[in-house]
Design a protein around this ligand. Structure first.
Ligand code: GLY
Ligand code: MN
Ligand code: MN
Length: 460
């Protein structure tokens, strides 16, 4: 058996259970904004494929985020075209036609007729008509907006159509003159979250908050990391999340020094720190939270010092999240705090400014302090406006703030830096919150997961 057959979503007039907080008017508004930006051009979007996990077994379907952002349509093997210059049809969908026999295997399809009413398309065709109908919506476009390399086979389809239109140019007198990456116009729109998107993100953060709090309640020596993972992911699904936003990291003791540790198979020991980096997806919007706490409720001296330093760095970073600040300001704040702390501890040595400039702290803190968060965990859009300048933060941006210090058991100091004494080795701490930029400053969406030392010791 492959996927089970889903209930007919049209029965409740809900397009799917994925976009419960975003209404069709908002999707239309998003398309209008993109169309205003591309003028007399066309934009083409390809859905995600139905992905095979191994042999005849499929991964759960997950729509491609740009496609979903503009359509809310949640099926594979679909194409969306925006053609603002077209006289009749500005939003065109190509979808899988109804096919009861196939649907028994691969799940319910909305089909051509329903898609028009449910998704607000001006024209809907079967995906099998793509080659005959697509040129109509591309031929008079000034340029084509498209994102290459998500689907190589479809890249060739787009190129083939474009080349054909170029060949016809001498006779027709029109053809798209350029292909442009759609991300430059679309992703700045995705970066600013609407109220409906924030509602979904708040649900995702609330569910992940409950999951982290549950994990901290149950964690005790003797349990395995995967048992904590199971508690977390149970809360996700029981609360209506579609599942983890990314593979949950439950890293005890020295495993916390491995940034993308996902084996989750070590037994928790008294005296360990436990680093949990876990978030969920709700309506395709994500949360991303990390907490680190002592399994037995007591930090040892070195653990506590490192924890306090990371917490201080995170608080300084959060204080730098406000409108008008350059995106990098909160990273700079975290780095400065961590470098000052490690200099005080004599784990770093030398000139502070030079250490920062030459990144000589990177054997302890090797990743950036955050990223955009939204439909993708590492959400769409750049961080700079040109080679020199970072984007200014704006109300509606959502970022993670996640400094860390990782002192691997076999940590190697770069030349000129001191060897790390044994008592510090094997300590890994990261603290990560999801933060909304507001008109006044920011709102920490995940503050319901405690991180003050007193709360962690008391709760354990
Ligand atoms: N869990 C992925 C990240 O923190 O970026
Ligand atoms: Mn994370
Ligand atoms: Mn993150």
């Amino acid at each position: 058996m492959q996927r089970s057959v889903a209930a007919d979503p049209t029965a409740t007039s809900e397009p799917s259970n994925c976009d419960m907080s975003i209404d069709t008017a908002e999707y239309a508004q998003r398309r209008d904004r993109l169309m205003a930006a591309i003028g007399n051009s066309s934009a083409i979007f390809r859905s995600a494929p139905l992905a095979t996990a191994h042999n005849d077994v499929e991964h759960p379907f997950r729509q491609e985020s740009d496609f979903f952002y503009l359509t809310g349509f949640n099926e594979p093997d679909a194409v969306a075209v925006l053609a603002p210059h077209h006289e009749e049809h500005r939003f065109i969908l190509f979808v899988q036609p109804k096919d009861p026999e196939r649907e028994t295997w691969t799940g319910y399809r909305v089909g051509v007729e329903q898609a028009q009413a449910l998704y607000g398309a001006d024209a809907v065709y079967s995906i099998h008509e793509l080659d005959t109908k697509l040129p109509e919506y591309l031929k008079k476009a000034e340029r084509l907006y498209y994102r290459f390399s998500l689907d190589r086979a479809f890249d060739n389809t787009v190129l083939r159509h474009w080349q054909k239109l170029l060949r016809l140019y001498p006779k027709n007198g029109y053809a798209p003159r350029a292909l442009e990456d759609v991300r430059f116009v679309l992703h700045p729109l995705r970066q600013l979250k609407s109220e409906a998107e924030l509602t979904a993100i708040r649900r995702a953060t609330a569910i992940a908050t409950a999951a982290h709090n549950r994990a901290r309640e149950v964690a005790r020596p003797g349990l395995y990391e995967y048992q904590i993972q199971a508690e977390i992911e149970y809360v996700f699904r029981m609360s209506g999340a579609s599942g983890p936003a990314y593979p949950s990291i439950v890293a005890s003791g020295p495993n916390a020094c491995i940034l993308h540790y996902v084996e989750n198979n070590r037994q928790l020991q008294a005296g360990d720190l436990l680093l949990i980096d876990a978030g969920c997806a709700f309506g395709y919007y994500n949360s991303d939270i990390t907490r680190t706490f002592p399994v037995g409720g007591q930090f040892n001296r070195e653990q506590q010092i490192i924890y306090e330093l990371v917490l201080e760095a995170q608080q300084q970073a959060i204080a730098a999240v406000k409108p008008g600040e350059p995106y990098n300001a909160f990273h700079d704040a975290a780095v400065a705090t961590i470098v000052d702390g490690l200099l005080d501890l004599k784990l770093l040595t030398g000139d502070r400014d030079e250490i920062i400039k030459e990144e000589k702290y990177k054997h302890f803190f090797m990743h950036r302090t955050g990223h955009w968060l939204g439909l993708d965990v590492h959400d769409a859009g750049g961080y700079k406006q040109n080679e020199e300048d970072w984007l200014p933060l704006q109300p509606g941006h959502v970022v993670t703030v996640e400094p860390g210090i990782y002192i691997a058991p076999d940590i190697r100091a770069p030349e000129g830096q001191p060897e790390v004494p044994a008592e510090w080795r094997g300590i890994g701490v990261r603290i990560e919150d999801d933060v909304l930029v507001t008109a006044q400053g920011c709102e920490v969406l995940t503050e319901g997961v405690p991180k003050a030392i007193a709360a962690l010791a008391a709760a354990a």
